[in-house]
Design a protein around this ligand. Sequence first.
Ligand code: LMR
Length: 329
Amino acid sequence: MPKAPIRVAVSGAAGKIAYNLLYRIASGEMLGKDQPVILQLLELPEMLPATKGVMMELEDCAYPSLAGMFMSADPNEGFKDAEICILLGSRPRGAGMDRASLLTVNGEIFAVHGKSIAESANPDVKVLVVGNPCNTNAYIARNAAKKVGRINAANIHSMLRLDYNRSLWQLSAKTGRPIESFRKLVVWGNHSDTMYSDYRHCESNGDAVEKLIGDASWKFDYFVPTIAKRGSVIIDARGGLSSAASAANAALNHVRDWVIGRDDWVTMGVPSDGSYGIEEGFIFGFPCECKNGNYKIVQGVEIDEFSRAKLDTSLNELRKEAATVKHLL
Ligand code: LMR
């Protein structure tokens, strides 16, 4: 018997990340080729003509798993009954900006979207915030959603998967081991320069990655800062344009693992339950395990002094970001 279609809402549907994401969702790469999807494309009114063009191209791909689609400028309509919402719609960062400086322009969008999702999406909806600064935007959306109730507020995530994927590539390039051999990698914290990519517990085919690398200074002098600053290095290299294809790929990976499951730790920005001394409610990159459509934060990872300081720095940054958007909470 054919599966019932899953409704996937995507905001910022005419943007660059969406252009790299929608076709992959429609082709079945995110939820499986045998899983029909209905795409609900949300955009600003002035972007609807461009969204129409994206829809025409989707039609022209003739994907068997695309069971339907529509566009809307009304969040309540765009998110209606959605089981998955991927929130791309926001102003992207340009050269010389940090992600937090987008808070004032983007924060409001996420207050509106969080409320609409809580009012009109499926009560079990899974929400991934990609628009930057994604942790605090997710925090804003979650606060707005909590006021309405109805949906599971633990299911509002932010995207650290791009940082996790970036870390995998760097580790593979350094050790010569295949990407898929790595396990137990974590990227802690905020998706900002304070994030902390941590391979202390990481293994490749049973070998400790710290031992394979040997050189501890590589971690502090190259690895951690390279991952943390990769987004701005890409913006500079692309003449002011932020990552789009890799961000879309990471969003797809995040949702796929969440829905389908994964036999390893994976980093997700999720609302803290107080684990690892991170104040409850802040959206923080944690090691997570995903099974049967649910996730849980991996417990018991040892935190050494250096790591404690990194986690605290990222948490303090999130506290400051939250204070900036107090009026939206
Ligand atoms: C990235 O990490 O590449 C994205 O979050 C875009 C940005 O502003 O850095």
